[in-house]
Design a protein around this ligand. Structure first.
Ligand SMILES: *Cc1c(COP(=O)(O)O)cnc(C)c1O
Length: 627
């Protein structure tokens, strides 16, 4: 395994071990009981998504997390199973709970009514689990008040009591108190006319010690990660192994001291090694002078104080140790480096040590000896909404640069192609479908111009109930119209035509079957035609068919006519019909996107360019007809 790893320290998560631990635990379930996999705190440092996927495949009915944010992260990573929020939620978290369909634990009347109100306003119903305090004196409603609370929540319109639960204070060590707690919950449930779908109280220790047998759900965490509870070894194995490398080996003389405050003194001549992890990596400071690490199958004592970024180990009894040897700091390989053993050395918590260990390390997921994939240092998956716009743009550019292995090209793609989409941060990027643009020229009374009729049709999601058709008579004003998302169609008029209003006409604008009303506004060197209709309000957000017909004039002396595609478009057809006076017409297409060469058909008086109906054509594409 080590050959492929270049990190200074890393964490290996053995998913096949996790799966076999689940099988051991499932043997403790009673008939009719299922399990909720606890994946809070990123699954005790193991990676919530990976752990959740396996637990669900092994039959978990529910997942448990600490707060709405952890639940959201799982949803974003496409986990669809029910998710219980174990800690009390804040009123400010309600929108997130509803949006991501998370199940809150409820033990407060104000919270419950706020939740019901917001759910009702959103037109949804929200599952909740009531949390009862049966003696732990942490979150939960006291048993004495629980029945009134139950009835109050049951009366709330938009809430559905899917579960009722409690939590043991001391399931590992106090059978008497635990029995009192389970009886309190059992009595409460028996007093109900109808129990909810889920009733639960046991954590890992509760399950192993056979408490809560009247419940139909068990919430387990620690044992599934391979940590035995203090009262019994049930044969689970560590899922996480934290490893590093011997980075330096040095001799030491009798009487020399090692590290800060000189807490360790060499009794005789020997060798010691430096390992590049410290308390900043989650290797607890309290392990100073107490822990052991595993090198080549031998236990080597940690000597001196743990530093922020380094620890020192005694190699005197391991003469064969060499630079770059793999060092196992915690996990599988030896009983002495199991997390419960290490945490026990300083009367600490195995839960805490698992959550903190490997804080700087990359996680490698494996199944037996095969590496499946790895995730980076940050203990959090990338969620784009965590970042502001400018930071997000920076991330997109750097991801492109990395992927293409070229700063120049990454920059270019971002600037030239993507920036058009992101120009306005709240601009909705909707694409046009079945874009059909028909232009026909005819001779006019005035020999300096052709009469140009244009018909534009496409389908797109309607963003707003009004939009603009714009006619510009200078390149500058045309350019400004290209930047405006409310403009659906633009035309550049010959600057010599003094009165725009006599030279550019919108014949009709239609959305589906609705003939829109129009209102012209004349500006210095442009004209804006506002298109609107009272019926459009109802269509906002839906895909509609646009049709825009115009009649205008085009100078005969121009000798070329261009059509631009200004938005992301799927399926393009452009046709140009013209009188014989134009002579020979050459189409030059500049299409960017999937299809660079549209199909061109040409017959006397008409040219047509066409892409396949499902092919993307990018903005900045177009065609020039020259004559
Ligand atoms: C963390 C937690 C658990 C899991 O406990 P383990 O001892 O890890 O099995 C169960 N229930 C609740 C409410 C928790 O917060």
């Amino acid at each position: 395994m080590k050959e492929n790893i270049t990190d200074r320290s890393w964490v290996e998560i053995d998913l096949s071990t996790f799966r076999s631990n689940l099988r051991i635990l499932k043997d403790y379930l009673r008939p009719g009981q299922s399990f909720l996999q606890i994946v809070k705190a990123d699954a005790y440092g193991h990676g919530a998504k990976e752990i959740a996927e396996i637990a669900l495949a092994e039959g978990a009915k529910y997942l448990g997390v600490a707060n709405a944010e952890e639940g959201k992260l799982l949803r974003i990573q496409n986990i669809q199973a029910p998710i219980l929020i174990l800690s009390p939620s804040l009123i400010s978290e309600i929108p997130k709970l509803l949006k991501y369909k998370l199940t809150p634990s409820v033990s407060d009347a104000d919270f419950a009514s706020a939740l019901s109100q917001k759910a009702q306003a959103a037109g949804v119903s929200c599952d909740v689990h009531l949390k009862l305090d049966t003696g732990m004196h942490r979150s939960g409603i006291y048993i004495a008040e629980a029945m009134a609370f139950y009835q109050a929540v049951a009366a709330l319109q938009a809430l559905h009591i899917e579960g009722i639960f409690s939590h043991f204070a001391s399931a590992e060590s106090d059978p008497e108190f635990s029995h009192q707690q389970e009886s309190a919950l059992a009595d409460f449930i028996h007093a109900l006319a109808q129990p909810p779908r889920y009733v639960h109280i046991a954590n890992s220790a509760g399950l192993i010690n056979a408490y809560g047998s009247f419940c139909n759900l068990v919430r387990w965490g620690i044992c599934s990660y391979g940590v035995n509870i203090s009262t019994g070894n049930i044969g689970v194995q560590p899922v996480m192994t934290f490893k590093s490398t011997l980075s330096q080996i040095k001799p030491i003389n009798p009487g020399d001291t090692v590290g800060y405050e000189r807490e360790w003194t060499a009794a005789h001549a020997g060798r010691y090694g430096i390992i590049p992890v410290g308390y900043a990596d989650g290797y607890d400071f309290l392990l100073s002078n107490r822990a052991v690490v595993l090198i080549r199958g031998s236990l080597c004592p940690v000597i001196g104080r743990i530093s922020m970024d380094m620890i020192t180990v005694d190699l005197s009894k391991l003469p064969q140790a060499e630079l770059t040897d793999e060092v196992i700091l915690l996990g599988e390989g030896h009983e002495e480096i199991r997390v419960e053993r290490l945490a026990g050395l300083y009367h600490g918590s195995a839960y805490e040590l698992l959550c903190q260990v490997g804080r700087r390390a990359k996680r490698y997921y494996r199944s037996q000896d095969r590496v499946l994939h790895s995730t980076p240092l940050a203990r959090r998956d990338f969620v784009s909404s965590d970042f502001g716009d400018s930071k997000l743009n920076q991330i997109i550019t750097s991801a492109l640069t990395q992927r293409l292995d070229s700063e120049e090209i990454g920059e270019l793609i971002y600037r030239e192609i993507l920036r058009t989409f992101f120009y306005n941060k709240d601009r909705n990027v909707h694409y046009r479908k079945n874009f059909q643009h028909e232009i026909s020229f005819a001779t006019a009374d005035n020999p300096m111009y052709y009469v140009a009729k244009t018909r534009l049709r496409y389908q797109k999601i309607l963003d707003k109930d009004t939009f603009i058709v714009a006619c510009a008579s200078s390149n500058e004003s045309l350019r400004a119209y290209f930047m405006r998302p409310d403009v659906e169609y633009r035309w550049l008029l010959d600057a010599r035509l003094l009165h725009i209003e006599d030279s550019f006409f919108v014949d009709s604008v239609r959305i589906n079957d609705i003939d829109l009303q129009t209102q012209c506004k004349n500006l210095a060197s442009c004209q804006e035609i506002l298109c609107f209709h009272p019926k459009l309000k109802k269509l906002v957000g839906q895909e509609v068919a646009y049709e825009i017909n115009t009649t205008t004039l085009y100078p005969t002396a121009a000798h070329q006519f261009s059509v631009f595609i200004s938005e992301l478009t799927r399926g393009v057809k452009i046709s140009f019909s013209y009188p014989p006076e134009l002579g020979q017409v050459e189409p030059v297409s500049i299409f960017s996107g999937q299809q660079k060469n549209p199909q061109i058909t040409q017959r006397p008086g008409k040219i047509q360019l066409k892409s396949q109906a499902d092919e993307w054509v990018f903005p900045l594409s177009g065609v020039v007809f020259s004559y």
